[in-house]
Design a protein around this ligand. Structure first.
Ligand code: G4P
Length: 555
């Protein structure tokens, strides 16, 4: 992929133009950008913590998860997250390991924050699907998997909590193959589970790694590896488990497909691992093999054709915004995924939505939870946080060079919960408006207005889950000092209509959209709120000219 690089000729002409140097090439090859998808409670926080331990980004386990019962990670920096023990906002955790720079895009686990996760996945090159061994595939994992599939992301599977009673490994392989249509290639195979969990067999190296129960803080369980032929193994594993392992190994070799990296890259095959994040077992094995197989920053489709990291100009897109990352500074940050070229602090880029307007990227930082480090340069695969004085929106592309580059927009999830938001105090109108505008810009929720309203009634917040609405109320109070009141609406789905208001009024006059609420989005586009899917299906059948769609891109 990187061979096609040809140095551009007008190198000397433009001071800031980035040309793919050998340094950039090697920086690209050593980068791995991935996100973890999982159902809440599968152990994502625990696994993240262990990965960071390997990277030396933290020194002890307690640095990420507090030892107390409350959950708190470096990435859970918001007060409400700490109080509720949920992870709300995605951040990027960057660490070095074994000659690689790993960018772990942290995604919120709670189902209500699927939208944030969805956007974050647009910035990832690989996804790690974390599965609880006792539960198998769960709802949120399935949903996020669909997003990965849409994006064609390579997927790696880590079956966690093998130290607890687990489903059989064959059953887990079957479940993933059947439900997700993925070819599963076990890279390691578990020996027992729960109290009898003895370790894993590394199929490539043909050795057994023995499991020892470890305290939570240890840096890593020592990798004690014995070949299958080791005479001491039957005793160590017990004769039953040893016999089972011998049988399993024979069957695996005979029946399982072999690893085909091209298929993994196309998202057709998933390498599978087993372990126990809590005991730090199997994590290093996974990490080493993942780094060997996984995709370095990959090319992406744009309006200017496919752009890979070897493209000589700088390109990137905004996938997430966040206000008040540090409440003391009241700042706003736009997270940009770099797709090609070298990022340099202070560089000038063109802003595609603003028709090529030149923007100076003076303030850039890499983030580690709440700690932010100012950076001077960054490479494809990296995520940088840019100071955002209102210039950037989700999906914006930035680039250098004469040719306009636009990455595909990131659509919003279709909202499923709706509530009027009231500002009971007229004196706080300004703060109310500022807070709503900034939180909207972040894409935390969407805002709709009743049609023909013209500012008379309160706006309607539209979100994927109720918790998102609560977060808005909470942040309005904490960050903008405004006590708001939410009044829930009983609608459960929104559909944008690509028809004109005349068509919509005609359908209304004919009684075809009876019961639906006619709204406008922020850009004045028609949106209909429905109480159930049955009604939507009826409208689709009886008034197809309304052209209902579940979501719309920002214009
Ligand atoms: P999440 O971010 O995916 O929601 O999961 P998290 O890491 O918070 O883990 C959820 C629970 O599962 C935690 O227990 C955690 O300790 C436990 N856990 C994670 N990995 C393993 C594992 O490999 N084996 C076992 N046995 N447990 C695991 P908790 O009781 O909710 O919290 P805590 O009191 O342990 O901190």
């Amino acid at each position: 992929m990187l061979e096609a690089i040809s140095p551009t000729e007008n190198l000397a002409k433009e001071a800031i133009q980035t040309v793919v140097s050998d340094k950039t090439k090697s920086k690209v090859l050593e980068r791995r950008t991935f996100a973890i998808i999982s159902h809440p409670d599968s152990g994502k926080t625990t696994l993240t913590e262990k990965l960071l331990l390997y990277g030396g980004a933290i020194n002890e386990a307690g640095a990420v998860r507090s030892r107390a019962s409350q959950r708190k990670t470096q990435s859970d920096f918001m007060e409400m997250e700490k109080q509720r023990g949920i992870s709300i906002s995605s951040t990027v955790l960057t660490f070095d390991y074994s000659g690689f720079q790993i960018n772990l895009l942290d995604t919120p686990g709670h189902a209500d924050f699927g939208e944030d996760t969805y956007r974050t996945l647009s910035a990832a090159d690989n996804a790690l699907m974390l599965v609880d061994a006792g539960k198998g595939l769960e709802a949120q994992t399935r949903k996020l998997f669909e997003v990965c599939r849409l994006r064609g992301l390579p997927i790696y599977t880590f079956v966690n909590k093998m130290d607890r009673p687990a489903k059989g490994p064959v059953e887990l392989v079957d479940e993933i193959e059947r439900e997700m249509g993925l070819e599963v290639v076990p890279m390691v195979w578990p020996i027992g589970d729960g109290e009898d969990f003895k370790g894993v067999y590394d199929r490539e190296a043909r050795v057994v790694h023995l499991f020892e129960r470890q305290g939570r803080k240890e840096k890593a369980a020592a990798l004690d590896a014995l070949p299958l032929s080791d005479p001491g193994l039957p005793k160590l594993l017990g004769s039953t488990l040893f016999a089972q392992l011998e049988e399993d190994v024979e069957l695996l070799d005979a029946l399982m497909p072999s690893l085909d990296v091209a298929k993994v890259m196309r998202g057709e095959q998933t390498p599978m691992f087993f372990g126990s994040a809590m005991s730090n077992f199997g994590v290093a094995l996974f990490l080493n093999k993942f780094l060997a197989i996984s995709e370095p920053p990959a090319p992406r489709e744009t309006t200017a054709g496919s752009i890979g990291p070897e493209h000589p100009e700088f390109t990137g897109f905004v996938f997430k915004l966040q206000a008040n990352l540090n409440p003391k500074h009241r700042d706003r940050v736009a997270y940009v995924r770099i797709c090609s070229g070298k990022f340099e602090k202070g560089m000038k880029v063109s802003h595609s939505r603003l028709r090529g307007r030149q923007v100076n990227l003076a303030q850039a930082s890499m983030l580690f939870g709440q700690d932010r480090e100012t950076i001077e340069e960054a490479y494809p695969g990296d995520v940088v946080g840019l100071n955002n004085p209102g210039l950037f929106a989700i999906g914006d592309s930035i680039y250098t060079g004469p040719k306009t580059v636009r990455f595909p927009g990131i659509p919003s999830f279709s909202p499923e919960v709706f509530a009027y938001i009231f500002n009971p105090s007229a004196g706080k109108y300004k703060s109310f408006k500022k807070g709503i505008d900034e939180l909207l810009e972040e894409g935390a929720v969407q805002l709709l207005y009743e049609r023909n309203d013209e500012g008379k009634t309160s706006p309607i917040l539209a979100a994927v889950g109720p918790l998102q609405l609560e977060v808005v109320s909470y942040r309005m109070k904490e960050e903008y000092g405004v006590e708001t009141r939410l009044e829930p609406l009983t609608f459960t789905a929104a559909r944008w209509s690509e028809a004109t208001w005349e068509d919509i009024d005609r359908a209304d006059a004919e009684g075809l959209i009876f019961g639906a609420m006619k709204c406008k989005d922020r850009w004045g586009r028609p949106v209909l709120l429905f109480r159930n899917d049955w009604k939507i299906n009826q409208v689709v059948d009886e008034a197809p000219y309304l052209k209902l769609i579940p979501w719309a891109f920002a214009p």
